[in-house]
Unconditional design. Structure first.
Ligand code: PSU
Ligand code: MN
Length: 311
């Protein structure tokens, strides 16, 4: 009898996260794209990583950073790999995951969609990001709808985000979430937050006040066979940008991206970079503050979910 060659490990849950899972302690998933060259410019990306890790830990949970490293889809990338995480990457959504694994990409930075998929596979119930991708303006002709929305509807994970960026079509994004049966919960707010700004003028379908409420809604959703839940948290007041000047900056950013002729997965990183420029860098501290705040809220929700599981 011949022995089969050993398959290389393609999916790994690192030890700290594996231990937290087996002892039923709270865990918060984190994406890597926001920390890579596609998210925030250096050195803000490194600061974001440090602050998010700290917020999760101080909130009593274990951080589970996701990404593909040397062809291994990894959940729980350690903080000591921070330099690599903040370095050059290939943007990796769900559709790219099998390729990143098979072609052994050195570093595939996971977007929200890939991170939520990996969290679900590992059994992690809560995930924090800055802002989700959504339906792009002009979707009628480009068909550009982020795979984040599809992942939110498919995988049973609570995603915590500061809403979505104003360069998207936020109204269409909310419509798509409704079509896909994703409960959207406003964290102590009545309006869908516009990432840098606390509100967009669009109402959220439901408002919640506590992590326990979110946990009960999630359990009920999952009992009924539901997929993901989106919790939207407005950026803290002290760090928010005003909606009006922000909209102007967005127009400028979209114009700049269109002039460069970018399309597909390059659109979001290009507009993000142009937006930082158009706000004279004002967008960066706001982005850092909201990412940290989301990680903190996610940790409290992870704690509440663990408690409801034990009932
Ligand atoms: N929104 C942000 N910052 C980001 C992203 C979105 O405010 O860094 C990243 C996330 O990783 C998100 C991805 O999942 O962009 C969405 O890309 P696309 O629009 O190509 O689906
Ligand atoms: Mn797209």
């Amino acid at each position: 009898m011949t022995t089969q060659p050993t398959e290389p490990a393609r999916f790994r849950v690192e030890e700290a996260v594996a231990m937290a899972l087996s002892s039923k302690r709270p865990i918060v998933g984190l994406e890597s794209t926001i920390f890579s060259e596609f998210g925030l410019p250096a050195p803000a990306n490194r600061e974001a990583l440090d602050r998010c890790f700290r917020a999760v830990i101080e909130g009593g949970a274990t951080p589970a950073l996701t990404g593909v490293l040397d062809g291994v889809a990894t959940v729980g990338i350690r903080h000591d790999a921070a330099e690599r995480i903040c370095g050059p990457a290939r943007k990796t959504a769900v559709r790219d995951l099998p390729v990143a694994i098979s072609q052994s990409w050195a570093y595939g930075a996971s977007t929200v969609s890939a991170s939520v998929a990996l969290c679900a596979k590992a059994g992690i119930e809560v995930f924090a990001t800055g802002g989700i991708g959504g339906v792009h303006r002009g979707w009628q002709s480009t068909f550009d709808v982020s795979a984040d929305l599809d992942a939110l509807s498919r995988f049973p994970v609570v995603t915590v985000s500061a809403g979505a960026k104003v360069f998207l079509d936020l109204e269409a994004t909310l419509e798509k979430l409704e079509t896909d049966s994703v409960p959207v919960l406003g964290w102590r707010c009545d309006e869908f937050p516009a990432f840098h700004a606390r509100s967009s003028g669009l109402p959220v379908p439901h408002r919640v006040e506590t992590a326990e409420e979110v946990a009960h809604i999630a359990r009920a959703h999952w009992d009924l066979g539901g997929g993901g839940i989106l919790v939207v948290v407005p950026v803290p007041k002290a760090d928010a940008l005003e909606f009006e000047p922000l909209s102007k900056a967005v127009e400028a950013a979209l114009g700049a991206a269109a002039t460069q002729g970018v399309s597909g997965s390059a659109v979001t990183p290009a507009v993000l970079a142009a937006l930082v420029e158009a706000t004279g860098g004002d967008a960066i501290p706001t982005n850092l503050a909201l990412a940290e705040n989301n990680a903190r809220v996610a940790a409290t929700i992870a704690g509440a979910l663990v408690r409801t599981k034990q009932i």
